[in-house]
Design a protein around this ligand. Structure first.
Ligand SMILES: Nc1ncnc2c1ncn2[C@@H]1O[C@H](COP(=O)(O)OP(=O)(O)OP(=O)(O)O)[C@@H](O)[C@H]1O
Ligand SMILES: [Mg+2]
Length: 300
């Protein structure tokens, strides 16, 4: 259903030839492929980010991030408030373009394409790379119209009923709403609204879903449903999630990136990536004392 091998992010025309199916490995992964070392990692890389800096006006908010996100995995971003997790996440679908004063430099390769290249259409980027926010934000419309919104904007008029049902089913919400599709989305519970927002994101057939603290406004039961859903969705989608909940990161993610805010000589606070590894490693034997301090609650 989701075509990941030939992204076309240009203004209607194929930008350039599609990248190979099993794209670049990260430098770290390649470095491991020496005799006697573990088997080289052959996961497909969706995002290969190198030397990423983000400024807000003159202020450097996030510096020198190198990180590769693998396909059909859940990658968790953790770290203390203000360390740049949301800023970094927004770089992955060019949402920072919409923030006045925000400036992104460095390289963000998406399936081998430079996401910030001149021929890339940011609207198409945001269709393929969807976003779900902390506070559920359904439109003040019916449940049906929320899910059909994106496809309609894309010009789709036929097959909407099936599409809406499919997206709601993928978001584990169909059974709860199938008899009230014409009712207002605002009448749903918070957890249902968040699953509706996930359905709305899925309705335009994205490749990646970014989630910025998607459970922090929800109770534990609703959160647990979203966590189950994320694990289910990673069969078809690549997911990057920001979370303040360590247990959640440990439960659902395959890889975890720990960010912190470094105090520079000038006194400026700059967000940096401290450590990025398999989630189990980050939570059981992190290599940086700052990571250990954070996950054990001594810092941040
Ligand atoms: N729109 C903006 N304009 C100016 N500065 C911003 C803007 N958004 C974020 N910042 C700054 O960038 C830095 C990183 O903020 P960001 O929101 O990315 O952190 P975060 O890790 O997501 O924090 P939290 O966990 O509280 O959500 C902070 O110093 C913040 O003040
Ligand atoms: Mg944030």
């Amino acid at each position: 259903m989701v075509s990941m091998e030939s992204p076309d992010l240009g203004h209607g025309d194929p930008v350039r030839s599609a990248p190979p199916a099993d794209i670049v490995l990260t430098r770290e992964m390649q470095a491991e492929s020496v005799p006697g070392a573990p088997e080289p990692d052959t996961r497909q890389v969706v995002f290969d980010i190198r030397g990423l800096d983000v400024h807000y006006g003159p202020v450097l908010a996030v510096a020198e991030v190198d990180l590769a996100v693998a396909a059909r995995e859940i990658t968790a971003l953790i770290g203390p408030s203000g360390c740049g997790k949301s800023t970094f996440l927004r770089c992955l679908n060019r949402m920072n373009d919409l923030i006045p004063g925000a400036r992104v430099s460095g390289s963000v390769l998406y399936h081998g394409l430079e996401l910030y290249g001149p021929q890339i259409d940011p609207v198409e980027v945001r269709r393929r790379i969807g976003m779900v926010f902390q506070k559920p934000n359904p439109f003040p419309k019916s449940i049906y119209d929320n899910v059909a919104f994106g496809p309609r904007v894309n010009g789709q008029r036929r097959g909407l009923d099936d599409l809406v049902e499919h997206a709601l089913a993928r978001a584990a919400l169909w059974d709860e709403v199938k008899d009230k599709l014409k009712k207002s989305a605002l009448a749903l519970s918070g957890g249902q609204q968040q699953r509706l927002c996930i359905a709305r994101a899925l309705a335009v057939e994205p490749d990646v879903v970014l989630m910025d603290e998607p459970c922090s406004a929800l109770d534990p039961i609703a959160s647990s449903r979203i966590e189950d859903l994320m694990v289910e969705l990673k069969r078809d989608y690549t997911i990057v999630i920001v979370t303040h909940n360590m247990q959640q990161a440990a439960r659902v993610s395959d890889r975890t990136a720990f960010f912190t805010a470094e105090i520079r000589e000038s006194g400026a606070r700059v967000g940096v990536l401290v450590e990025y590894d398999q989630t189990e490693t980050i939570f059981t034997s992190p290599s940086d004392p700052r990571t250990e301090g954070y996950i054990t609650g001594r810092f941040g």
